[in-house]
Design a protein around this ligand. Sequence first.
Ligand code: BV8
Length: 224
Amino acid sequence: MRIVVLTGAGISAESGIPTFRAADGLWEGHRVEAVATPDGFETDPDLVLRFYDERRRVAASVAPNAAHRALARLEGALGDGLLVVTQNVDDLHERAGSRNLVHMHGELLRALCGACGARPGWSGDLADRPACPECGERMLRPDVVWFGELPYGLDRIEQAIVACDVFVSIGTSGAVYPAAGYVALAAAFGARTVELTLVPSDAVVPFDEVRAGPATTVVPGWVD
Ligand code: BV8
């Protein structure tokens, strides 16, 4: 049995990490989408660095929830038969025990050097412009994928989706591509598609099965 699970902000919501498109999706009065972009970074790098420093601190202060732990249990049972593809940049899947994991939109706990391209692990702040441990330049940004930038791991993800038997989408609004197109790709290659989320998304193709509810209920319910 080969399963691909796509997760979005909804799986971390009950851990205390705000989702993107909830009513309060604002940061210092800016739409999150306006901040999490290359243009936003060019326009006001300090604002963007502070935005991600704050999100890094929030992510460090919360814990994985029952949904993250259920996926780690599922990996224990399936081994390489399970791949988790997350749009999230927090490390709650790792801390719950998931290992077969792709952060397609990058990671809060990694920096990216604008000078040498190094991607060092990073748990501190970036707004105080620390030096890159590789080249010494002070051009570090969060290693997250902004709009118009190429997500990570696309080949590995697409190969897993076309080969999987079941595709499960958890806690994502299906607003962002290429992730939003994965359910159609899975269905086209014959996989059964399942959505586990609070508010069912108006997906490009309907899911075979939808379970609406909080992730800490519907994900363990489906896994176990
Ligand atoms: C790319 C940064 C190509 C990291 C994010 C037109 C013009 C320009 C671009 C495009 C265009 N059309 C399409 C595109 C591509 C664009 C795109 O999709 N735009 C959209 C707006 C139309 N995509 C891109 O640019 C991507 N790159 O295509 O590159 C390319 C090719 C070659 C060379 C170069 C480039 C890059 C996309 C990545 C953008 N970065 N964030 C960060 O700050 O975190 S996107 C951002 O949205 C986050 O990553 C987030 O993960 C993602 C999706 O949001 P969700 O996770 O779904 O969260 P949301 O709040 O929306 O929904 C939460 C859901 O949870 C809800 O459904 C809710 O019901 C549910 N929920 C809530 N509580 C619970 C719950 N479920 C269960 N339990 C609960 N308790």
